[in-house]
Design a protein around this ligand. Structure first.
Ligand SMILES: [Zn+2]
Length: 189
């Protein structure tokens, strides 16, 4: 299944369907636009804190942990399972900062944060990634940071493949230990 059909996949039961939004991702040099069904990680026992990615107010991009992050339906089950393992171990919601991002939010980040990807280059714009709070600095490889969350993610990420299509999770960005995204060898439009 390609991203152009992803919105036809239902949200996992452990998440809340908040509707269909627009996603962007550069594949083979072309920035594609497609529909993304967004699912919020807001149910008790399956929560991931973080901002809404610019959905609520296009002019207010402050990253406050006042809400729960939305992700694409195709990874909703994998992230719900990750959040539930955390809840079972620590009896609280998993802390993150960012899941799906609107194009305007990613544009804002790329202008104000030197580490943020250019528009179209971030898996967040397709709803395929969540930044989990690890306490690790930019430049430290996943698994080499040594904080409790870095160690916990190293143990747990990769163990999820229960979503439709069997997608699991991975931390492929070598200088961002907090970035968790859908594990794919080949992301197709
Ligand atoms: Zn990220």
């Amino acid at each position: 299944m390609g991203l152009s059909q992803a919105s036809s996949v239902a949200c996992d039961d452990r998440t809340t369907d908040i509707g269909v939004y627009t996603g962007h991702l550069k594949i083979d040099g072309i920035v594609h636009e497609f529909s993304v069904r967004l699912c919020k990680l807001d149910k008790e026992g399956y929560q991931i804190h973080g901002n809404d990615g610019g959905l609520a107010d296009g002019s207010n991009f402050k990253s406050l942990k006042s809400s729960y992050v939305p992700v694409s339906s195709i990874v909703s089950g994998a992230f719900a399972a990750l959040a539930h393992d955390y809840y079972n171990e620590f009896h609280k919601a998993l802390e993150g900062t960012s899941g799906y991002r609107t194009q305007s939010y990613q544009t804002y980040l790329s202008k104000t944060n030197s580490g943020a990807a250019a528009v179209g280059n971030s898996k967040h714009e397709a709803g395929l990634a969540i930044d989990i709070t690890t306490g690790c600095n930019l430049g430290i490889k996943p698994g080499e940071c040594g904080t409790q969350m870095d160690r916990w993610l190293t143990q747990h990420v990769g163990g999820y493949g229960t979503t439709p299509g069997g997608y699991g999770l991975t931390r492929p960005v070598s200088n961002e230990a907090w970035h968790v995204q859908m594990s794919v060898r080949e992301i197709r439009y």
